[in-house]
Design a binder for this molecule. Structure first.
Ligand code: E4P
Length: 217
């Protein structure tokens, strides 16, 4: 399973990129709004940091397929690594079909059922994004959905890749990897959490103590 970072914050993207652990970025309208910056300006900056797929979503207020298609074409023009993120609606599927036929990469987002993922894949989505954490929030095990989609895609040799989204903690990452996600898109704070373990910290302290006792600083 590969890792993307889920943020529009360029400082976090730089920090994660420097660690060498991420190979793509996902953004969404809420993450862009949080930065309070112009969409194209932020996305361009992100493409200059990470050399991998960068998802930029059509405007949150865009509902008609024809408008999503027009916006999607503009997003795709920003950089060859751009992936157009489209919400899982009937209109979104129509837009996915047209954009993917034009060779534009798409990421169908807000997936909460296996059938939504299957439809998105059949419409030509390059990526489908099931939201693990938001399912957990409503007492439904999010990682079960990843496993089900992965099984269906394997049975039918479907090429669309599964991006486990709405990842909230390190256990989500392990579970999504075991459940067959191709990618997990993860906030910076969770990437950082994954590096930590009390025994690692204690081990470093002990090594330092023993070293200093004999060799000093
Ligand atoms: C997916 O691509 C979304 O950007 C994201 O993972 C949503 O996460 P949240 O449920 O924590 O907002």
């Amino acid at each position: 399973m590969r890792l993307f970072i889920d943020t529009a914050n360029v400082e976090e993207i730089r920090k994660a990129n420097d660690l060498g652990v991420i190979c793509g970025v996902t953004t969404n309208p809420s993450l862009i709004a949080k930065e309070g910056r112009d969409f194209v300006e932020v996305i361009k900056e992100i493409t200059s940091i990470v050399d991998g797929p960068i998802s930029g979503e059509v405007k949150a207020t865009t509902e008609k397929a024809e408008d999503m298609i027009a916006e999607g074409r503009e997003i795709a023009k920003i950089h060859p690594n751009m992936v157009v993120k489209i919400p899982m609606t009937l209109e979104g599927l129509k837009a996915t079909k047209v954009l993917s036929q034009e060779g534009i990469k798409t990421n169908v987002t807000l997936i909460f059922t296996a059938n939504q993922a299957l439809l998105a894949a059949r419409a030509g989505a390059t990526y489908v994004s099931p939201f693990v954490g938001r399912l957990d929030d409503v007492s439904t095990t999010g990682t079960d959905l990843i496993r089900t989609i992965s099984e269906i895609f394997n049975i039918y040799d479907i090429d669309s890749q599964i991006i486990a989204a709405s990842v909230r903690n390190p256990i989500h990452i392990t579970e999504c990897a075991l459940a067959g996600a191709d990618i997990a898109t993860v906030p910076y704070s969770v990437i950082e959490q994954c590096t930590k373990h009390p025994l690692t910290t204690a081990g470093i302290e002990k090594f330092q103590q023993d070293y200093r006792a004999v060799f000093g600083e």
